[in-house]
Ligand binder design. Structure first.
Ligand code: GLN
Length: 452
């Protein structure tokens, strides 16, 4: 049924980079055989899932939305891919994304843009916009994404679905193509909070292959999503995430969500996190710095594209030609920014300063969570914008992640749940709920109580 749905709508939505029906049906038959042989499979056995094209998959290409990896077949599965196969989920295909997860609209894909199923002239968010569009368009019931600065929560918000960023280190990065290693966090997309929690639980747990993976019990997210009550919980409204620059329809739906929380018995207070205003500039130094280092591995020798290797050129010339042709403009911009921020003489002023700001933001969270159990804000300042509107204005594009970036810098758990449609354009609005590190169960508990 999902393959039929993909065939019917993906020509318009363009959520997928790769779908191969035979591989899908072969996987499904295998799940049936395992079940018939009496194997104990998890609650999601047989459910189709779409993976963002940064999750390595041995039976499908993995491109990270880049020309430099066009046609690359990974030799191994990401831990999350492998765990979900073992649990009996069926991989439907690989979803479109901004190249190397750099972007907020999926327009930076080297292949094609993806369209928002609510309005095909608009962006589905990014960088995991193929996954959000696939779930919103009923092409897939579940999908994975990665959230480095908002790339799960922001696309979930603008397509009217649920997307969670687990605690950093709570979901393993092994086998996921790296963007900024201290921020990258794989997580789930679904059409409701309980489904997202089931997926979260299915892929979580300590992974010795990722040195930053947390070796502690997985927070009880499914139980929390089932519980879905907020009575007596203390909810903090982030004062800095309101006012100018927020679309009126976003503010209206957010205020209603806060009233709903109060009517369900939560105690709502305003909380100030003064350093959150510096999160965006700090992120745009730290993330490019880490990417400039991570993307050095695309050297024309080890994987993918190789340009100009005709016998007459040095290895260095081949590398330069390959990287010039294989990387798109946003990736090049980030590599240049990051290389500059890390260079001797500038390191302390830029990268070092940004890391200090990061510590201040983590302290703001600590202070806030001394007073409240969860923090809430709109997920994004606006609803989905038209394709092309911000494509030539990186600063305008970067603003899409204003509210989501603090949780990445501090490693906190966060979720975006639908909270209604904006009056002016009828497009979905997302409510962001943030909890302390390893407080993932709280975001599911509150999210399930207020999702619409
Ligand atoms: N939009 C942000 C960026 O371009 C965040 C991306 C992400 O979370 N992968 O870096």
């Amino acid at each position: 049924a999902h393959l039929d749905r993909v065939a019917a709508v993906d020509g318009d939505v363009r959520a997928f980079l790769h779908v191969d029906g035979e591989t899908v049906l072969a996987q499904a038959r295998k799940v049936d055989e395992r079940r018939a042989a009496g194997e104990e499979l998890g609650p999601l056995a047989g459910v189709p899932i779409a993976h963002k094209d940064v999750f390595t998959t041995t039976d499908m290409p993995t491109t990270a939305g880049s020309r430099i990896l066009e046609g690359w077949r990974p030799p191994y599965d990401a831990t999350i891919t492998a765990r979900l196969r073992k649990a009996g989920l069926v991989i439907l295909g690989k979803t479109n994304m901004d190249e190397f997860a750099m972007g907020s609209s999926t327009e930076n894909s080297a292949y094609h843009p993806t369209h928002n199923p609510w309005d095909l002239s608009r962006i589905p968010g990014g960088s995991s916009g193929g996954s959000s569009a696939a779930v919103a368009a009923y092409e897939a019931p579940l999908a994975t994404g990665t959230d480095t600065g908002g790339s799960i929560r922001q696309p979930a918000a603008v397509t009217g679905i649920v997307g969670a960023k687990p605690t950093y280190g709570g979901s393993t990065r092994y086998g996921i193509i790296a963007f900024a290693s201290s921020l990258d966090t794989p997580g789930p997309f679904a059409r409701n909070v309980l489904d997202a929690a089931l997926l979260h639980e299915a892929f979580s747990g300590h992974d010795p292959m990722d040195s930053t993976s947390i070796d502690k019990p997985v927070p009880p997210v499914v139980e929390a999503a089932r519980r879905a009550d907020v009575a007596g919980l203390r909810v903090g409204v982030v004062k800095e995430f309101a006012g100018d620059g927020y679309q009126p329809g976003v503010t209206a739906r957010f205020n209603e969500a806060v009233e709903l929380l109060e009517s369900l018995g939560a105690k709502v207070v305003e909380v100030s996190c003064p350093n959150f205003s510096y999160a965006l500039p700090a992120y745009y130094l730290i993330a490019p710095s880490e990417c400039s280092s991570n993307l050095a591995r695309f050297d024309a020798m080890r994987f993918g594209l190789r340009v100009g290797d005709d016998g007459g050129r040095s290895a260095e010339e081949v590398m330069a030609l390959t990287r010039a042709e294989g990387f798109g403009p946003e990736v090049k911009r980030r590599i240049m920014l990051g290389t500059y921020a890390l260079s001797s003489g500038y390191y302390d002023a830029y990268y070092g300063k940004a890391q200090q700001v990061r510590t201040l933001i983590a302290r703001d969270f600590d202070a806030a969570f001394g007073q409240v159990d969860v923090l809430v804000s709109p997920t994004t300042p606006t609803t989905a914008f038209p394709i092309g509107e911000r494509a030539d204005d990186p600063m305008a594009m970067y603003l899409a992640d204003l509210c989501t970036i603090p949780a990445n810098l501090a490693g906190n758990a966060a979720i975006s749940v639908p909270c209604g449609l904006a009056d002016e354009d009828g497009l979905p609005v997302g409510l962001q709920i943030m909890a302390p590190v390893l407080g993932d169960d709280r975001v599911y508990r509150v999210g399930a109580a207020v999702e619409r």
